[in-house]
Design a protein. Structure first.
Length: 648
């Protein structure tokens, strides 16, 4: 049957394979489905990841998908036998690899569970392929990000074997640049690869396939030539400039698949939403380790009205109030437009965005009033020199300020320490340890590890500039791609190992800081530093490890000075602010500095150069819970009289 005759009753099938997290829809395919349906093109989304989670058990699926290090590719390993069959490496290969990796991610019980999942994968693929009715499907698309490659390849190969005329298309983050080109070259059952943003190129591809039209002018496309060879389009992929022109994502297929699965027994669904693409910081200062965005880092955001309409549409049409924004960075204008408007709606939203760590207190507050209880700011380190090496554009003391304000708003925070950057010094870690010991009452890092070298990052693109050598794909790629050459693996890989320039003294400093972070993790749940703020006095209760268990009563000028350091100040700016708050008093910079030094001596204020930050979490005196853990320490407290020295 001719393709143009078939088009009238043919449909597009979009497959979402493991190991996409179960609780979230794939935003890209939801956008494709919405666009195609608007154009009258029949389209179904097949969430095959839920079926695999049902097969191996939800807890195991989520552990593989989200708990193990992504660069180890445990999810890809699970599907390596399903793709390569008899050419796949034996189970012992991954066991041996896993036992050499740092950390305790792979206890023997977990390795046994991974082996079980791998045993299930080939039959799962065969059963899945048999369940799909391909009679009316002429195009099947696979969106592949991180650990979705091998499952998608295995499924595409199985479907192509059953329907040779099926047009198989790949897209997603794993297809950016030469990765997509090599996938097409290495796997002949892939007919086309859409690289980059494919909002317009994928519909154009569908039209070209169904009309036997020329594909050479479709931006960013890789396709088969007349002899089956790999051909690149003559036109580069153009990025979407008008974000408001995109449709609302259609998550209906995801919600149906989620409800049919066992997932609701374990977890609530959350909706993906996209309000911007690219990174406004990266346009000016591309963080040296960041490989996100591929070739499209230019920042574009939806207008406030459009973003607000999308939030309300998804919330009201689904009844779901948990959102996961796929944006690389939040549009700062939304803090005065979109988020306050959502607060005014009167419904609570659990909203996740990636943010820089230089948020203002009121910006964190607006997210909390909206209903958000979890944040992941890009903190990455506590030392300013190391942050400069990353080109983060932020100081260590600012990161502490964010941790303090997030805790003050009773929000959870996730952050990581990255280390090993060329140019680090032993003293950087002495400073970081000093900070860590002062902020035991704040949330410790979730992980502390050497930076990973990712494709598209400045360090990957210009390794000589950073003193990196010996760059090669993570060994996990050798395990998962035994059927392609080492050169091909290097072109498919996203994660790379390297030889850095860290000297022995700096390495010892890193190790000491790592041990300090482990102690912090053990101690922070029982630590507190609270400032109970009254009209005339501030009572500071210190329950940090290795600090005297005692209160501090601050009155008069001392009270105003400490409250004035709730945000980072220099002595000059603090003094100027105090003159505005209490103009009837004679504020002298020398006297203010002396008082601040007293706070520093008692580790109540953190100092970095001529910048100062009060460390105590402020608690209103009329709250029913004056301070965290205060009841635990009450018997040993000795409250000083208000007329005693404010800081001793």
């Amino acid at each position: 049957m001719r393709k143009d005759k078939m088009a009238a009753h043919s449909k597009v099938l979009l497959c979402v394979m493991p190991f996409l997290p179960i609780e979230r829809p794939a935003l890209g395919v939801s956008l494709f489905a919405a666009r195609l349906r608007q154009q009258g093109i029949a389209c179904d989304i097949f969430y095959a990841n839920h079926r695999f989670a049902d097969r191996i058990g939800f807890p195991l699926y989520q552990r593989i998908a989200q708990s193990a290090p992504t660069h180890d590719l445990p999810g890809e390993w699970v599907f390596s036998r399903a793709l390569w069959r008899c050419d796949a490496l034996p189970d012992e290969a991954f066991d041996t690899y896993a036992r050499t990796t740092p950390g305790d991610y792979y206890p023997n019980a977990f390795l046994g569970q991974i082996r079980y999942a791998r045993e299930q994968a080939p039959q799962y693929i065969d059963d899945l392929a048999e369940t799909i009715d391909l009679q009316d499907v002429d195009i099947v698309g696979f969106s592949s990000t991180f650990q979705q490659n091998l499952a998608s390849l295995a499924m595409a190969k199985a479907l192509k074997a059953r329907a040779p005329n099926l047009h198989v298309v790949f897209g997603g983050a794993n297809c950016e640049g030469e990765m997509g080109l090599e996938l097409h070259r290495s796997f002949t059952f892939i007919d086309a690869v859409c690289r980059g943003e494919s909002d317009t190129s994928f519909p154009q591809l569908i039209e070209a396939v169904r009309n036997d039209a020329d594909m050479s002018t479709i931006g960013g496309l890789v396709y088969r030539g007349a002899g089956g060879e790999t051909v690149e389009s003559l036109v580069p992929q153009a990025a979407i400039r008008d974000m408001d022109s995109l449709p609302f994502p259609d998550h209906s297929d995801f919600l149906a698949a989620f409800e049919r699965s066992t997932a609701p027994q374990f977890i609530e669904p959350e909706l993906t939403i996209e309000t911007s693409r690219g990174c406004w910081w990266g346009e000016k200062h591309h963080c040296t380790f960041c490989g996100l965005n591929g070739l499209g880092i230019g920042y574009r955001a939806k207008s406030a009205d459009r973003a607000l309409a999308e939030f309300r549409h998804l919330r009201d049409s689904t009844g779901i109030h948990t959102f996961f924004a796929t944006d690389n960075i939040v549009d700062m204008r939304y803090f005065t437009t979109v988020f306050p408007s959502l607060v005014e709606d009167g419904t609570k939203l659990q909203l996740f965005y990636e943010t820089k760590a230089n948020l203002k207190k009121e910006q964190i507050g607006i997210l909390r009033r909206l209903g958000t209880t979890w944040m992941q700011p890009g903190i990455e380190h506590l030392n300013t020199h190391v942050l400069k090496l990353m080109d983060k554009g932020i100081r260590g003391i600012q990161n502490v300020q964010t941790l303090k304000w997030v805790r003050q708003h009773k929000m959870l925070v996730t952050w990581n320490v990255l280390c090993g950057f060329p140019g680090e010094r032993p003293e950087d870690y002495e400073e970081a340890i000093r900070f860590m010991r002062s902020i035991r009452h704040l949330t410790p890092p979730s992980s502390f590890a050497a930076f990973r070298l990712d494709r598209f990052s400045p360090m990957f693109d210009r390794p000589d500039d950073f003193g990196l050598s010996g760059i090669k794909p993570y060994p996990s790629y050798d395990l998962c791609y035994p059927g392609v050459s080492p050169e091909a693996r290097a072109r498919i890989a996203y994660f790379f190992t390297y030889r850095g320039t860290t000297d022995a003294r700096t390495l010892e400093g890193i190790n000491r800081a790592w041990r300090e972070a482990q102690d912090w993790k053990q101690e922070h749940r029982h630590a507190a530093l609270s400032a109970i703020v009254g009209t005339d006095l501030v009572t500071i209760i210190d329950l940090r490890p290795d600090h005297p268990v005692r209160p501090y009563i601050l009155v008069g000028d001392d009270r105003l000075i400490y409250l004035g350091l709730d945000s980072i100040q220099s002595i000059a700016s603090l003094t100027a602010n105090l003159r505005g708050v209490a103009p009837d008093r004679a504020w002298d910079e020398g006297a203010v500095a002396k008082t601040v030094q007293g706070f520093i001596q008692n580790d109540l204020v953190l100092q970095e150069d001529d910048l100062y930050l009060a460390l105590a979490i402020q608690v209103p005196s009329d709250t029913s819970q004056d301070a965290e853990h205060v009841d635990m320490a009450a018997p040993s407290m000795r409250f000083v009289r208000q007329d005693e020295a404010a800081v001793t």
